[in-house]
Design a protein around this ligand. Structure first.
Ligand SMILES: Cc1cc2nc3c(=O)[nH]c(=O)nc-3n(C[C@H](O)[C@H](O)[C@H](O)COP(=O)(O)O)c2cc1C
Ligand SMILES: Nc1ncnc2c1ncn2[C@@H]1O[C@H](COP(=O)(O)OP(=O)(O)OP(=O)(O)O)[C@@H](O)[C@H]1O
Ligand SMILES: [Co+2]
Ligand SMILES: [K+]
Ligand SMILES: [Mg+2]
Length: 504
């Protein structure tokens, strides 16, 4: 008896004490109308997390049946996981059942009401959609984190004591569980993971995944996640196994079968340790991806930025950011330099001049980027010069604008690293860290670091103005055997003098 070590929650942390019971709730399953796949999913997942599932129970939508099972399970197992019965209709009784089991009342949880308001556009407690906000008094909320999309899930998981209430709809349940799986992980249980990124549609590799599942599925948990808005991959495969050998064998199988569409060296989080990653290129620590000439240019770009941040205070500097490729690379450099020299970027200012009819794709990208890099965006509408004039009068503190202009841009061949604005323009110091980069070097930097960029560059645009004056680049156009026209991606353009052929 002495080897049972109790932790503060009353449950032992030793491996064999990580137990779970699953309660599947719903008449439709007991009537054979729906096949329960949730318990199979959960059992497999929990097994790989080092949690022993001791019992699976299916109960009808009846208050007493639910509460009796909750009472029995919650005293026996570390985790009680329910699925189903949390919808808006009268037969959804999971929360009532749990409340009854613990002798609690239901009340509208303020935080869930907020989420409902965001989702359904209403916080009217009489609206049936708000039924989901009524939870037992001791309920706590867990917000999951989706590792694949790197986003917090919008809808919280409700936990009452040791009962975890999941939705019944399989894809929602699976998504929600995966986002919270670390919560259930047995720290003593070993698990090995790998991820593979593929540049191929999911349906054309399904047969390979199915084959792998037959061969390795009993020892390796496989996940396949299509991604629709990524510049680098279309499908992400995840492999997880308690055995390193099994994982390696499965990995070898995939690498062989999927050679043709493997995305190598994809960095899921380029912002993490961005500073080291960028500065290491100059030190030629990862030089195999870049030639010596570019490393020299990059090193110079960083020096220009360091000089800029030494010459001006942070609140005197703005980055000209319009969602284009050049300022996308530029912003990442600025970020790397600030992190290196100051440690955080919370006060970095960017200026977006909104002119003409902006592409929705561009503005979507700007929004995402602002959030990712945690920058402060100032948006001014109008023609560039007018916008700068009004920006100057509203925010007179700014003295320097860092820009992604390169020598090959129109009217730019005379520019220097630091060039004051021209006569007749509002007074700013224009700072040009990537002035000497070529189009090819720019893309090589973006792609090698896996930086996200505006989706238009993947559908034939190679330089972006506004909708009324920007088209896909004719030099990127291709025609298939049936005469259908499509466009290659911007980074494949070989003759850089055609960079602006889609602009008028
Ligand atoms: C902050 C800022 C300062 C600028 N200063 C000048 C300037 O001094 N002289 C000038 O002719 N154009 C200036 N421009 C305009 C740019 O040279 C260029 O025409 C503009 O960014 C549009 O580029 P695009 O045609 O490649 O989209 C400035 C633009 C910005 C955003
Ligand atoms: N509307 C704008 N708002 C803010 N900054 C701008 C704007 N237009 C241009 N700039 C600045 O001038 C630089 C050069 O503009 P340019 O259009 O050549 O580059 P880009 O927009 O980054 O990429 P692309 O060449 O593919 O359009 C930008 O990188 C940005 O720093
Ligand atoms: Co440009
Ligand atoms: K330009
Ligand atoms: Mg542009």
């Amino acid at each position: 008896m002495a080897n049972v070590e109790n932790s503060s929650n009353g449950f032992s942390k030793s491996t064999n004490q990580f137990t779970a019971g699953i309660i599947v709730i719903g008449d439709e399953i007991l009537k054979g109308q729906t096949m329960d796949t949730n318990s199979a999913f959960l059992t497999k997942k929990l097994f790989h997390l080092g949690v022993k599932v001791k019992k699976i129970s299916v109960v009808p939508d009846e208050l007493n049946a639910i509460s009796d099972e909750i009472t029995a399970f919650s005293s026996k197992f570390n985790f009680v996981i329910t699925s189903g019965g949390i919808g808006p209709t009268h037969d959804d009784l999971t929360f009532e059942g749990i409340a009854k089991a613990f002798d609690e009342k239901l009340y509208p949880h303020p935080e869930i009401i907020n989420v409902c308001k965001k989702f359904f556009g209403t916080d009217d407690l009489k609206n049936p959609k708000l039924k989901i906000a009524y939870v037992p008094e001791s309920a706590k909320l867990l917000f999951g984190y989706d590792k694949i999309s790197q986003k917090d899930l919008q809808f919280p998981l409700v936990v009452i004591k040791n009962v975890y209430v999941f939705p019944g709809v399989p894809h929602l349940m699976e998504k929600s569980f995966q986002a919270l799986e670390d919560h259930f992980r047995n720290p003593d249980g070993k698990s090995f993971n790998s991820t593979i990124y593929l540049d191929e549609n999911e349906y054309s590799i399904t047969h390979i995944i199915n084959e792998a599942n037959q061969k390795f599925g009993s020892n390796v948990a496989l996940g396949s996640y299509p991604k629709f808005h990524n510049n680098y991959y279309k499908v992400c495969l995840t492999l997880e196994s308690p055995s390193k050998d099994d994982l390696d064998n499965c990995m070898t199988f995939f690498l062989k079968k999927l050679q043709h569409c493997l995305v190598t060296d994809y960095d899921r989080d380029p912002i993490l340790n961005a500073s080291d990653k960028v500065y290491n290129i100059c030190q030629r620590i990862v030089s195999h991806k870049f030639d010596a000439e570019f490393c020299e240019k990059l090193s110079n770009s960083l020096k220009i930025l360091e000089k800029c941040f030494n010459s001006y205070k942070l609140d005197e500097i703005c980055v000209g950011f319009n969602g284009g490729k050049d300022c996308t690379a530029l912003l990442h450099l600025v970020y790397a330099v600030i992190i290196k020299t100051r440690g955080d970027v919370s006060e970095l200012n960017c200026l977006y001049i909104r002119r003409g009819q902006p592409f929705p794709e561009v503005e979507h990208f700007i929004k995402k980027t602002v959030k990712k890099y945690n920058i402060k965006l100032h948006t001014v509408t109008g023609r560039i010069k007018d916008a700068l004039i009004s920006f100057k009068s509203v925010k007179p503190n700014f003295k320097a604008v860092i820009m992604g202009t390169r020598l090959t841009d129109p009217h730019s061949s005379h520019l220097q690293d630091f060039s004051p604005t021209d006569e007749g323009w509002p007074e700013y110091m224009r700072v040009h860290p990537i002035l000497h980069w070529t189009y090819g070097e720019l893309w090589s930097f973006i792609r090698n670091l896996s930086l996200p960029y505006c989706s238009l560059y993947d559908v034939g645009y190679s330089s972006l103005g506004s909708m009324e004056n920007t088209h896909p680049n004719p030099s990127l156009q291709r025609t298939d055997s049936k005469g259908n026209i499509s466009y290659n991606k911007a980074y494949t353009l070989t003759d850089f003098t055609f960079e602006r052929s889609g602009r008028n």
